[in-house]
Design a protein around this ligand. Sequence first.
Ligand SMILES: *Cc1c(COP(=O)(O)O)cnc(C)c1O
Length: 381
Amino acid sequence: MIKKHYLLSPGPTPIPDKVLSAAAQPIIHHRSKEFSNILKQVMEDLKYVFQTRQDVFVLSSSGTGAMEAAVVNTLSPGDKVITINGGKFGHRWSNICSAYELNVMEIEVEWGEVCSPEYLASALKSNPGTKAVFSTLCETSTGTIYDIQGYAKVVATSATILIVDGISGIGAASCPMDEWNVDVLISGSQKSFMTPPGLSYIAFSDKAWKQVKNSTLPKYYFSANSAKESLSRETTPWTPATSLVIQQQKAFEIIREIGLDNLIKHHRILGNAARAGVKAIGLEMLSKNPGNILTAVKVPEGIDGNKLIKTMQKKYKVYIAGAQSPHTGEFFRIGHLGYSGGFDIITALSGLEMTLMELNYNFKTGQSLSAAQKILKENWS
Ligand SMILES: *Cc1c(COP(=O)(O)O)cnc(C)c1O
């Protein structure tokens, strides 16, 4: 058989052909007017998806670069910060803050659980002088959505700023930066932005810019002030990943055409279909509050989780993601973000069913497909 490859991981994600081919163009100079215009357009489009009036800077790095930029630009040595750690990426906030020798108070949340705004409020109360709260919008390691609006309400009344990792979430889940009062919002090209890995995005609120002024942590490549200064000349401080910026512009043409609200609705349908599918064959979700970006599913009793993922990836070429350490083998993650359509859910579920048959899991075949199809059919528009 011709074994087609299906990328259904929560990042990187499938890319539209028009975006892929945009990289195969002669290189233009990054200081040219032509490139400045493309960069300006991409920054406008970024404002649209971030739902902000602030500048959204384009960094040539993976998402973690923007996470580091958020830390080094707003804080000073020894500052007290609170991180919400409910998985791999929340933990990354703690790691970056610790690397810069900040005074880190970590709210540890079990994988798949959420942290309530009330809990955050009490943590802030018992830690006066906290400079920043770090959260994730969608914790990609567990598929959980956090209550950013709730956290923002708690933080907005104090001098503390709220820094949100929307790397997988922005573009697929609602997080209007200005309306909710998020102070620093970041994202990355390879998740919901229909673009290959390599770019990250960051915006600062007025309140955050004030903290940028006083921040003394060391910074150079990721200096927000350098980026802002260069922007006044319609450029970036260093050579940007020009081909990726051009690809992102093409992807934004598609995103604009669909519209942000419709895109979020689209993800809701995919999320509903994926959840209905796995539930129909007796599987359980890992997350107590699953988002529509990916679906994390517990490996059923008696099934070897590593074998399940390997079979799907290698035999069926349906590339879903496993669980990250320390939970390897306990659950798996089906991505439905970026350029994902309804039939991608069917592919994922079909590959899953064929794999489960092979692993002797006891279930009625075809049930996940029927359940997902029903939702897709009812909502197809
Ligand atoms: C993918 C992801 C990251 C990591 O981004 P890199 O691009 O691998 O550096 C961080 N946070 C979240 C929520 C993610 O989904």
